[in-house]
Design a protein around this ligand. Structure first.
Ligand SMILES: Nc1ncnc2c1ncn2[C@@H]1O[C@H](COP(=O)(O)OP(=O)(O)OP(=O)(O)O)[C@@H](O)[C@H]1O
Length: 400
């Protein structure tokens, strides 16, 4: 998912920090052999590798960013890794979530990640937290770790991770990806800015498409995930200059990157407690929720409409390239933004009911709210969208 706004600023260098973790007492003979190419880098050396061994890193999400991050943290010799993940491996994950493979389809992502880590480095202890990270469990889970790495894809979890890290005085490595662009930074309220200094407010619901809606180049996950691990290693060992106070922006199409300064906002409200982040981020806007409350039909009800020869107009509000992947026979494509701007209203028939759908129901709910306001009071949308149709009505269709 991409970021809230385009940050402005100039870069004037990174931040050197004290090592986060004390060194472990010793490395075994096998560990010395395994990490020998690290040990002969003077900046890392025995002390740095022992710090990695003693480090406890919590990774939220074993998806696009979490996959390369977990593999490289494990390979680097981070002694304890925690994984927070509730989801299962889906076929559409495999082009980028390289910690999972074909035989893991349908398995718990957390368990699949644990098994891959054991292959990469059996010296790593892995703790599984097979749950959704929420305001109720975040502080308990974070308590056992030195450093948090956020590999998730939604704003509610990002603000939650930030606030829990602030409350516990812990550093937090953050990354985000969308199509060909990636961003990364380090937040540590005790020494510099936190995520809220960069993005004080979440974007309006529906304004920033997710990777599931907009797509992502698989290899971008490796580029940004490995930069996040690089930051984690520097924080743990105290070497180099971190991205604390800087935002790195990477463009894989242009093959360019830049960093901009992030300033701590002296007037920002202090984080004092965890809140309801779904509401804070308005995952679906109030207007859309209200519009959808009385005007949602199921994919099976849409099929009944087709079967009973009812007069209605089915409008697909996704983007043209999504329509090319899969669409419902008879649906007319009018992308959501053309409805929200009012531009497409004149194209809509007045003599029949309008039925909207998108991929899974979020965008069509936003468009539905606009249609109700424009006077199309009997318009409805299809909960579950084209994915629901493909799962419940026409299983021959592909999903994406
Ligand atoms: N609050 C949360 N707690 C635990 N895991 C989370 C939370 N929010 C997101 N995740 C996980 O973070 C991962 C993010 O991965 P990614 O951005 O590649 O998206 P995805 O959900 O796997 O795929 P897609 O968005 O294409 O369906 C997912 O595996 C998701 O389950």
């Amino acid at each position: 998912m991409t970021s809230n706004t385009s940050p402005q600023g100039s870069d004037d260098g990174g931040t050197t920090l004290p090592p986060l973790v004390e060194p472990a007492a010793e490395l075994t003979k096998d560990e010395v052999a395994r990490y020998s190419r690290h040990l002969i880098i003077p900046d890392v050396g025995m002390a740095g590798q022992k710090r990695l061994k003693n480090a406890k890193v919590l990774v939220i999400g074993a998806g696009g960013l979490g996959s390369p991050a977990l593999l490289y943290l494990a390979a680097a010799g981070v002694g304890t890794l925690g994984i927070v993940e509730f989801d299962e491996v889906d076929e559409s994950n495999l082009h980028r979530q390289i910690i999972h493979g074909q035989s893991d389809l349908g398995r718990s992502k957390a368990e699949s990640a644990r098994d891959s880590i054991a292959e990469v480095n059996p010296f790593v202890k892995v703790n599984l937290h097979q749950t959704n990270l929420t305001s109720d469990n975040a502080l308990d889970i974070f308590a056992d770790y030195d450093l948090i790495l956020d590999g998730t894809d939604n704003f509610a979890t990002r603000y939650l991770v930030n606030d829990a890290a602030v409350l516990q005085g812990k550093p937090y490595v953050w990354g985000s990806i969308f199509r060909f662009e990636g961003q990364a930074s380090v937040f540590w309220d005790a020494y510099g800015p936190n995520y809220r200094d960069l993005y004080p407010e979440p974007p309006p619901p529906g304004m920033v498409p997710s990777c599931a809606e907009g797509g992502v180049l698989g290899v971008l996950c490796a580029s940004i995930g490995s930069i996040m691990v690089n930051e984690a290693i520097k924080l743990i060992t105290g070497i180099g200059e971190t991205l604390l106070g800087r935002l790195m922006i990477y463009d894989a199409l242009e093959m360019s990157y830049r960093t901009v300064k992030i300033r701590k906002d002296p007037n920002a409200d202090k984080v004092t407690e965890l809140i309801d982040y779904e509401t804070f981020c308005g995952v679906v806007s109030d207007d859309a929720q209200q519009a959808a409350a009385d005007s949602t039909i199921t994919p099976l009800e849409l099929k009944d409409k087709f079967d009973s020869d009812q007069k209605f107009e089915l409008i697909d509000v996704r983007e043209p390239h999504e329509y090319d992947i899969v669409h419902i026979e008879g649906a007319k494509l009018i992308p959501k933004d053309r409805i929200l701007s009012g531009e497409a209203l004149a194209e809509l028939p007045q003599d029949r009911q309008i039925v909207l759908h998108c991929k899974s129901g979020g965008r069509s709910a936003e468009a539905l709210s606009a249609l109700h306001k424009a006077g199309f009071s009997d318009a409805v949308h299809v909960g579950g969208g084209v994915l629901g149709w493909a799962n419940q009505v026409d299983q021959s269709l592909p999903t994406y």
